[in-house]
Ligand binder design. Structure first.
Ligand code: 13P
Ligand code: SF4
Length: 302
């Protein structure tokens, strides 16, 4: 389908309204093409701070738009479909974090950015899949509560030779990727193509893969690699960007991973949001102030 006319219309409206459009790597291809910047959750959080525009249209899921709002309390942040959530983020509540802090009173509480603002407000520090190892290295030797992703927590703690109290959450999409999917991908590729998986995958899958990277990390790895075929173990939306940036390279997806929430963001909804200002993200100022500390501490670690 040719989306060029709709993309032009969205870009025209955005410039008329003084809006910058940010899109996550998992968004529909046409939404990525309409965006001013596409990236992973860390890159988008950093971009949200740099932006000099009164309006941010955030194409992604609600925790990402909330993060942009928390970092930019004076800007209008719009999410084109406010029902686009993250099932993993909803697996832990602020009350759950408080209960863990009571159980482990000396521990530092760390949340994956895939969490609600209320959960972030209970935590000392936030991480993304793109910086978790570096950020957690600053807490080496401390007792750690890690929420909500047991897979990312397991991945980082093993890398750093530590042991965390991990909340048993996970991404229901990445959790389905299996060793059989990796084997099928390797058979289909017919050559020794590297398998890149996201840290939200299970331990067995991470260990069977060649690289475990955030979506931004995958884009960089592919760009810098001399290899021409890659097996991709993450949400299929990233294929658009990988193929666009590397037209001469071949990508094979495994496991049919598709995040229905990311796909809720359509060009039609982006346009409607720009026209009417619908989908404004609101975060309680007290919660935002506490959550901002956890996010800003993370962003300060380069
Ligand atoms: P990234 O941090 O790689 O953007 O991943 C976010 C996410 O939701 C993965 O499922
Ligand atoms: Fe959440 Fe998984 Fe979708 Fe990422 S892919 S936004 S972790 S449900």
């Amino acid at each position: 389908m040719d989306f060029s006319a709709q993309i032009e219309e969205v870009k025209r409206l955005a410039s008329e309204k003084g809006a910058v459009i940010l899109a996550h790597n998992y968004c529909r291809g046409e939404v990525q093409d309409a965006a001013d910047f596409t990236g992973d959750s860390l890159e988008l959080a950093r971009k949200a701070v740099e932006i000099d525009a009164p309006v941010i249209v955030f194409c992604g899921v609600s925790f990402m738009a909330e993060t942009a709002k928390i970092l930019n309390p004076d800007k209008k942040v719009l999410i084109p479909d406010p029902t686009a959530g993250c099932p993993m983020a909803d697996m832990v509540t602020a009350a759950d974090v408080r209960a863990m802090k009571e159980k482990y009173p000396g521990a530092k509480a760390v949340c994956y950015v895939n969490s609600t603002a209320a959960v972030k407000a209970e935590c000392d520090l936030c991480v993304t899949s793109g910086n978790a190892e570096k950020v957690m290295a600053t807490l080496k030797g401390e007792e750690i509560i890690f929420v909500p992703d047991r897979h990312l927590g397991g991945y980082v703690s093993k890398k750093l030779g530590e042991s965390y109290h991990c909340w048993p959450g996970c991404c229901p999409i990445h959790d389905t990727l299996s060793l059989g999917d990796i084997a099928a991908g390797r058979r289909e590729a017919g050559i020794s193509a590297p398998v890149l998986v996201h840290p939200e995958c299970t331990k067995a899958v991470r260990e069977a893969a060649d690289q475990c990277l955030s979506t931004g990390g995958m884009c960089r790895y592919v760009r810098e690699s001399s290899v021409t075929t890659f097996i991709i173990g993450t949400e299929e939306g990233i294929l658009h960007r990988l193929q666009k940036e590397n037209p001469e390279k071949t990508f094979l997806t495994i496991g049919n991973l598709c995040c229905a929430d990311m796909k809720k963001i359509t060009l039609e909804k982006v346009k409607a949001s720009l026209v009417s200002g619908a989908g404004e993200v609101m975060v309680d100022p007290d919660i935002a102030a506490k959550a901002r500390l956890a996010i800003e501490r993370m962003l300060a670690i380069q």
